[in-house]
Design a protein around this ligand. Structure first.
Ligand code: FNR
Length: 414
């Protein structure tokens, strides 16, 4: 079995295999602020809790004597061959979990061959992540900035680093009411963490220059009381990632950069027709992330997108929103195989992945679990989390009587 093959017997794993033990270990290893930001969600955390609890709404019915000796998890999406129907989802501000942030995640992606979705809120410029990834597939996740020159620049950079698709996240045009972060002063953003994609961007830097020349952009915003901290955080980022960030520091733009980022982060006035502009801007496959309603899936199809990700951002946006896994079946039915449907929010184990596939997802994205691995053991921790997911998926697949994702369907669910 996979356990014997991987030699897991006789060795303690790098990080716990038991999902709640993994989270607890990461909790102990992380700062209060980092844990609040990563583990926390919106409001009373109701949707965070629902996302995992709702997997119990679906139960697997194992089938016997199906000759599952040889199993194959490989799949192809957006022209990309993947060793398993699994990606490392876009997670921003990773320097909260590990100082080397995306460098470590990219190393784990490379070691496992699992595609990485690079966040717009990354702690490392996408070009550096791409260099770490080597030939490993990568997707770029876009937050649609208020400044169109930044949108276009991010898209061009995503093309230049060989992105296999553009993931457009629609559910976070405003940050949700994140109570745990609010109660701790929202330090990650006040400190200007997670803005490396911006500070390394020519269009963004031009905007900062303009603001400085115009004498604006240097004022301390109400509520942004952490300006000295912002400067020191950008400075420490520059130590970890010399080059691009350091340029913006040398030109004395750090504070203006943090403030400009806060101003241009994302826009809430987008409508479906705006997607057509993005469609004209790039030939990359466009994948919409954050859909929960079948009606939105229908509109996505009308606008010719290449894939969707059923996600509620890990319960970080709308407290009281339905569990993402409960949203999956009706969206799969609406799409009816015309484009790939991916899933995230609540995946904690290989058995969870199997359920999402049984409900019709073509692949899933990991979020918090790999960040916990990152916090505990850097690249080795991320790699271990991914390997545990794949090993359990592979075992569970065989134990329910299937040899590949093609054989997994809703008939597996009781
Ligand atoms: C996220 N997520 C996210 N999504 C995105 O499109 N861009 C981003 O920058 C981020 N940043 C981010 C930070 C942190 C700390 C978390 C936990 C999540 C959402 C992410 O891609 C995914 O949808 C959720 O993590 C899935 O939920 P679970 O499985 O982590 O609970």
């Amino acid at each position: 079995s996979a356990i014997f093959r991987k030699g897991l017997f006789g060795h303690r794993p790098v990080v716990p295999t038991e999902p709640s033990a993994l989270a607890e270990a990461a909790h102990r290893a992380m700062s209060k602020e980092a844990w609040a930001y990563v583990a926390g969600g919106a409001g009373q955390q109701r949707t965070v809790a629902a996302n995992t609890a709702a997997f119990d709404h679906f139960r697997l019915v194992p089938r016997m004597l199906a000759n599952v000796e040889t199993r194959d998890l490989r799949t192809t999406l957006f022209g990309v061959d993947m060793p398993a129907p699994l990606m490392l989802g876009p997670v921003g501000v990773l320097e909260l979990a590990h100082p080397r942030a995306e460098h470590e995640v990219a190393a784990a992606a490379r070691a496992t061959g699992i595609p990485m979705v690079i966040s717009t809120q990354a702690s490392v410029p996408m070009e550096d992540v791409a260099a770490d990834l080597g030939d490993t597939p990568r997707l770029y996740q876009l937050y649609w900035s208020k400044d169109e020159s930044i949108v276009e620049s991010f898209v061009r950079r995503a093309e230049a680093i060989g992105s296999d698709a553009l993931v457009v996240t629609l559910d976070t045009h405003m940050l949700g009411w994140r109570t745990r972060d609010l109660d701790l002063g929202y330090l990650p953003f006040a400190r200007g963490l997670g803005i490396a994609q911006y500070t390394s961007d020519p269009a963004f830097r031009a905007l900062v220059d303009e603001r400085i020349a115009a004498g604006s952009g240097m004022s301390v915003r109400p509520g942004l009381r952490e300006i000295p901290a912002a400067l020191s955080a950008v400075a420490s980022m520059a130590q970890h990632h010399p080059g691009k960030v350091v340029e913006s520091l040398r030109s004395g733009h750090a504070r203006a950069a943090v403030e400009t980022f806060l101003d241009v982060f994302s826009r809430s006035d987008l409508i479906w027709d705006d997607l057509d502009r993005l469609r004209e801007m790039t030939d990359l496959p466009i994948v919409l992330k954050g859909l929960q309603a079948p009606e939105d899936a229908r509109r996505a199809l009308e606008h010719g997108v290449d894939g969707i990700i059923v996600s509620n951002h890990g319960g970080r946006q709308v407290d009281g929103a339905i569990a993402s896994i409960d949203a999956l079946p009706s969206i799969v039915d609406e799409v009816d195989g015309r484009i790939p449907v991916l899933f995230d929010s609540g995946i904690r184990s290989g058995a969870d992945i199997l359920k999402a596939l049984a409900l019709g997802a073509d692949a899933v994205l990991l979020g918090r679990p790999y960040v916990y691995g990152l916090a505990l053991a850097g690249a080795a921790g991320v790699q271990a989390v991914v390997e545990h997911m794949i090993a359990e998926l592979d075992l569970s697949l065989g134990l329910v009587g299937c040899r590949s994702a093609d054989e997994i369907g809703r008939e597996l669910l009781g």
